[in-house]
Design a protein around this ligand. Structure first.
Ligand SMILES: [Zn+2]
Length: 464
């Protein structure tokens, strides 16, 4: 009898064939049933057989099919017939459970088609396993509620809402859209929202409205980046309309103008300062617009909300009529959002990840062609190794009596149940109790979410 290549003690391998692409393993269930599942009588007798083809984990790069010679029995007591159960097999999917859990984990970082090809199944099955796996992860993975929450917009196929932990530079969730309803639904299912002290966001009313309904105690701060960016946009408007009026020769004189103009004055090197000075003399409107951009930035040197408001008034009254239209969006936004913009001067909360987040999303969009939003979201949120876990090395403690399960029972698509393995890195208690307050119970780490720069590096290295 061939060695048990399957490494499944529940089965006895009776034959093994191998060809270029596949292993064909014939096997029997090692342990025969002892009782009738209907009446529990032990008086049962053989009643034929049928062969079932079960897919298993690839071995040596080859697909594996297990031909299980399944025995059928009849109960002499109640006369009903039954097949023996196949241990460690997902009978509806005709796969070993370990294959199902492996596909689940792999489906986060690989294309469904490559997995289907490697295992020898159809892509739809991979997709269905992926969905179950994601549903399970959603229940298992709990990221810490950020004290400083960031709410931003990202473009993943279309505009989405990304929720971040500003102190930790992590992503904690990505919502399907930027609607008030979606944000409210998301926030409402979180536990421990009282921990959120500040919410940094862009000037998008649905976010503000949602926050004020669900976490009214949290202070809303408009991220500085979103405000000063509008000053850059205004300057860009002036620059572009000027360029349109110039001859090609004059335009050549404005080489690298965008780069230089958007720089802060204090960051210019001598050559750039010289160029800028020349342009401002030749094109006074551009010079004015540049000055306005710079003085707007200076508002952010204010030490208090009142000082910021005063500086804004001063800035507003200094706007020259020629360039006022270019700055009208910024003026309007300030008017609509002033209290929230000025909260910054009491609570200078700002995110440091905007650039790396944008890079990340750009790459995701490029690599993610053909994936659904749900798949891309899962790839980001559940990327193995990208989570930022906190806390110190736990003190040695006596073993807990209740072990965390390695497998989690989930309902599958066919209405039945199956076991999905919970990956090692996610095996942590996800109860709602606040474990952080009690040093004796910090034996599991806190998970702050997906570290943006780690994930970006993983993508660059092709690990996703
Ligand atoms: Zn029976």
């Amino acid at each position: 009898m061939p060695a048990n290549i399957l490494n499944l003690p529940q089965y006895t391998v009776t034959a093994l064939k191998e060809d270029e692409h596949d292993y064909h393993v014939s096997a029997d269930v090692s342990q025969q049933p002892l009782r009738c599942p209907h009446c529990q009588s032990s008086d049962i007798r053989g009643f034929g057989r049928r062969e079932q083809l079960i897919k298993d984990l690839p071995i040596h790069g080859k697909r594996v099919g297990v031909y299980v010679d399944t025995r059928r029995y009849q109960c002499t007591c109640c006369t009903r017939t039954f097949y023996e159960e196949l241990p460690v097999v997902d009978e509806k999917r005709k796969m070993t459970k370990r294959l199902v859990s492996w596909i689940g984990r792999q489906s986060i970082s690989r294309t469904f088609s490559s997995l289907a090809d490697e295992v020898g199944i159809v892509e739809g099955t991979v997709r269905s396993i992926f969905r179950d796996y994601i549903n399970e992860l959603e229940k298992t993975v709990r990221f810490e509620i950020p004290q400083w929450m960031g709410i931003d917009e990202i473009h993943l196929i279309k505009p989405r809402c990304v929720v971040t932990n500003i102190e930790n530079n992590t992503i904690v969730d990505i919502l399907k859209d930027r609607n008030k309803k979606t944000v409210i639904a998301y926030l409402s299912q979180l536990k421990g929202l009282d921990k959120v002290n500040y919410v940094a966001m862009d000037m998008w009313s649905p976010y503000k409205d949602a926050m004020e309904i669900v976490i009214p105690h949290a202070k809303i701060v408009i991220d500085k980046f979103h405000v000063v960016r509008m000053a850059n946009d205004a300057l860009e408007r002036v620059r572009k309309s000027l360029r349109e009026q110039l001859t090609p020769k004059q335009r050549r004189g404005l080489m690298n103008d965008r780069f230089v103009l958007l720089k802060r004055e204090r960051d210019l090197n001598d050559r750039e300062a010289f160029l800028l000075d020349g342009w401002c003399q030749n094109y006074p409107e551009l010079g004015l617009a540049y000055r306005q951009k710079e003085t707007f930035y200076q508002i952010y040197d204010a030490q208090s909300p009142d000082q910021a408001k005063a500086l804004f008034r001063e800035w507003y009254h200094s706007l020259s009529p020629e360039i006022r239209p270019a700055y009208s969006d910024l003026v309007r936004a300030w008017g609509n959002w002033e209290p929230y913009i000025c909260n910054y001067f009491e609570h200078p909360v700002t995110n440091a990840y905007t650039e790396s987040l944008n890079n990340l999303i750009r790459v995701m969009n490029r690599l993610g062609r053909g994936y659904s939003f749900e798949a891309l979201r899962a790839k980001i949120l559940f990327a193995e190794g990208a989570h930022k876990v906190g806390g110190q090395r736990p003190k040695f403690q006596r073993q807990q009596s209740t072990r965390l399960p390695e497998f989690s029972r989930v309902a599958n698509f066919n209405g039945g149940e199956e076991y999905l393995e919970v990956p090692q890195f996610l095996r942590r208690d996800c109860s709602d109790s606040d474990v952080g307050e009690n040093p004796a119970s910090t034996w599991y780490n806190k998970n702050y979410g997906v570290d943006i720069s780690t994930l970006a590096t993983m993508i660059e290295l092709g690990q996703l």
